[in-house]
Design a protein. Structure first.
Length: 274
């Protein structure tokens, strides 16, 4: 087949257009910076969603919503995307933990939708002894919460992180802290800490979306605005990457925190107790 013979490639575009996705059986698209910004649709998003139709899946490092809550929000702003087409780092991380360890004791650091999902999937809320510490974006994150989580890790819990993004830009281009910033706090306190990070640039979300669509990587494209996370994930999963280039943001940190980076060694033995 002609589609199967096409090599992985990167195309750079400055606005979303239907012509760019004509050839693909499945179109996977990032959300923030591509279709929406600060909760509002970006120019061309409605037309793009219409043109992609049932071929479109959203693949996002969002760790605050579930596909149910996000589908409602997107539909309300004119982007009617069914929950079945939405693949989110936060939700898939909770589902992965529940599938790997049914009934596991999980200490959840996240917004309410992920707490509810964890409970719905039979995961046990744990504050004293935990199998897993789940770290997602949590606007109520505190030093007391960090201390409690570190104690659970010291007792043997695994740290699982929904996504490595340090920030995303607000409408003025200023950075809004993301899950990676919280992970950086863990690592600042305990440099030797290890974590399993699920979201992009890992290909886990893309693989899940392709599997649900029943489409091979060679017949799909990934549309994203961040080469470091979206582009890397597309390359790892074997998809063509359509890079939507947005104007540079003045302060945003676009580099994803690499969970695979060498652990930072403390400058002195007394710098930390981990
Ligand atoms: Mg983005």
């Amino acid at each position: 087949m002609e589609l199967a013979m096409r090599a992985h490639k990167t195309t750079t575009i400055q606005w979303l257009g239907a012509a760019d996705i004509d050839d693909y059986a499945a179109i996977l698209c990032d959300l923030d910076g591509c279709l929406v910004s600060a909760g509002s649709p970006l120019p061309g998003a409605e037309e793009f969603v219409r043109a992609a139709g049932k071929r479109l899946s959203i693949v996002s490092n969002n760790s605050a919503d579930t596909s149910v809550t996000l589908s409602r929000k997107l539909t309300a702003i004119g982007l009617p995307l069914p929950q079945e087409s939405i693949f989110l780092a936060g939700e898939l991380t909770v589902r992965m933990i529940a599938a790997e360890h049914p009934g596991a004791r999980v200490h959840v650091i996240a917004e309410q939708p992920l707490h509810q999902l964890a409970a719905d999937l039979g995961l046990e809320r744990a504050d004293e002894r935990a199998d897993t510490v789940l770290l997602a974006r949590d606007t109520r994150f505190t030093l007391n919460g960090l201390e409690k989580a570190l104690r659970l890790l010291e007792r043997g819990a695994e740290l699982v992180v929904t996504n490595p993004d340090l920030s995303h830009p607000n409408p003025d281009g200023l950075p809004v802290p993301e899950t990676g910033t919280l992970l950086a706090a863990f690592k600042a306190c305990c440099p030797g800490i290890t974590a399993r990070v699920i979201g992009k640039p890992q290909p886990f979300l893309i693989d899940a979306a392709l599997s649900a669509a029943g489409v091979r990587a060679a017949d799909a494209a990934f549309v994203g605005d961040n080469a470091t996370t979206d582009g890397a994930a597309a390359a790892l999963a074997g998809l063509d990457f359509i890079h939507l280039v947005a104007p540079p943001m003045p302060m945003a940190n676009v580099n994803a925190l690499r969970d695979t980076a060498e652990p930072v060694q403390p400058a002195a033995a007394e710098a930390n107790v981990c």
